[in-house]
Design a protein around this ligand. Sequence first.
Ligand SMILES: NC(=O)c1ccc[n+]([C@@H]2O[C@H](COP(=O)([O-])OP(=O)(O)OC[C@H]3O[C@@H](n4cnc5c(N)ncnc54)[C@H](OP(=O)(O)O)[C@@H]3O)[C@@H](O)[C@H]2O)c1
Length: 199
Amino acid sequence: MENEKWKMENGKCRIKNLEFKIYDLPSSISNFQFPFSIMSIIGIVAVANNFAIGKDGKLPWHYAADLKFFKETTSGNAVVMGFKTWQSIGKPLPKRLNIVLSRSRSIENQPNVLLMRSRDEVLALANYLSGDLFVIGGAATYENFADAIEKWIVTEIPDKIDDADVFMPQSFLDGFFLQNTVDLEDNLKVKIYKKLSEM
Ligand SMILES: NC(=O)c1ccc[n+]([C@@H]2O[C@H](COP(=O)([O-])OP(=O)(O)OC[C@H]3O[C@@H](n4cnc5c(N)ncnc54)[C@H](OP(=O)(O)O)[C@@H]3O)[C@@H](O)[C@H]2O)c1
């Protein structure tokens, strides 16, 4: 079942036309029960020993294994990022719905990119996604979604970046427990944390 804006797949609504107004969606598919989704909201971040995550609008390191892990983990899902991270990446991440948050900026219309004005708009949309929603940064955006994040995927960068200018709060994993550890190449570990109340 489908129209030009959405299609039903395995009982879930997949968004096809990214120009739709999210508030149009419920009435256009009102024959179905809401929400469809059992998606998760997942924070994914790479953090140095001193909690640094950014410097001069960029990542302060380059680890190919972590970039590959990020791509594999997030592909096929939606990612939400703040405008500064959008500028830093410079183009839509392929095979993902790219949701960019800004209160005032505009983005040239392009495939797979959705500009949204508030966290609430993003969370409303998330109910209609058939995949997970990954919060991919930066610090302002992680902070905005902190209470909605059910799982954190944290790459531990084995460096201390003294001259970084963007940091995670040291308490960002409070209320989460370590569920799993994955070893990547390049001497990197990824730790997966779940919210205590999700047990
Ligand atoms: N290590 C990692 O895993 C990682 C991941 C991502 C990014 N980073 C790094 O983090 C740095 C950027 O982080 P940042 O904290 O400075 O910026 P950011 O979160 O990427 O972007 C902040 C901007 O996003 C918009 N925004 C955020 N929350 C919003 C909301 N609730 N509603 C509407 N708009 C909202 C605002 O844009 P407007 O001002 O236009 O309204 C705000 O100025 C860069 O250095 C980047 O490389 C690191």
